[in-house]
Design a protein around this ligand. Structure first.
Ligand code: DX5
Ligand code: ZN
Length: 214
């Protein structure tokens, strides 16, 4: 299993140091949660912050946009140093145009689905994206409980990909830690986001190693 620590749970007064800490602790990617206070009832940070912390690691930046109009800001996040940009299928932007805009800046596009959104909603875009991010909590806040009933979505997406002869990365986000990761691994998730479980652990390296072992 690959682990992407969610910086949402870091100490924002030293975000650069927190990234270095996660890099040394064995993180595979850095997950950056962008919230606009409109698509979700919370506000975090934007492209300038991501750009300023880009220099602290060579690990890929997995930028999760929880914003209403990702098309408008896709270039900013690409230019800030994102390697993967995922945005919600429930957003207000044109989905195809947003995928194309991200791709045109040399960044991998991905689609995110909220818990109430069916897996089949991403089927029309599977040929154009590199990743599907399945939310295992309602987006907006860290520290919520894992929704195991989201896991059948993995098989639905995998089956559709197989039918078309394509391969895609599947990531899960929300409530993942020592007690829930096994279910995610068994369901066939490639990358797990972990905020609380990694940042609040006494020893981040130990926590990440345990999660990666699944
Ligand atoms: C929720 C965010 C998640 C969150 C995960 O909207 O997308 O990335 O930070 O945090 P934990 O692991 O604490 O649920
Ligand atoms: Zn996230």
């Amino acid at each position: 299993m690959k682990i992407a620590p969610s910086l949402l749970s870091c100490d924002f007064s030293k975000m650069g140091e927190e990234i270095i800490r996660m890099d040394k602790a064995g993180a595979d990617l850095m997950h950056l949660d962008v919230m606009d206070g409109h698509f979700v009832p919370n506000i975090t940070f934007g492209a300038p912050v991501i750009k300023s912390v880009r220099k602290y690691t060579d690990k890929p930046f997995d930028v999760h946009l929880m914003i209403s109009d990702p098309l408008k800001y896709a270039e900013d996040f690409a230019d800030a140093g994102a390697d993967i940009i995922t945005f919600h299928i429930e957003c207000d932007s044109d989905i195809d145009k947003t995928i194309e805009k991200i791709r045109s800046r040399g960044v991998k596009p991905g689609l995110v689905i909220k818990p109430k959104t069916p897996a089949s909603s991403v089927f029309p875009y599977l040929d154009k994206i590199d990743m599907v991010l399945i939310m295992t909590v309602e987006p907006g806040f860290g520290g919520q409980s894992f929704m195991a009933d989201m896991l059948p979505k993995v098989k639905e997406i995998r089956d559709e990909c197989k039918r078309r002869g394509i391969d895609i990365l599947i990531e899960a986000d929300g409530g993942i830690g020592e007690t829930t990761i096994e279910q995610a691994a068994n369901a066939g998730i490639d990358i797990c986001v972990a905020g609380t479980a990694v940042f609040k652990a006494e020893d981040a390296a130990d926590a990440i190693a345990k999660l990666k072992s699944y």
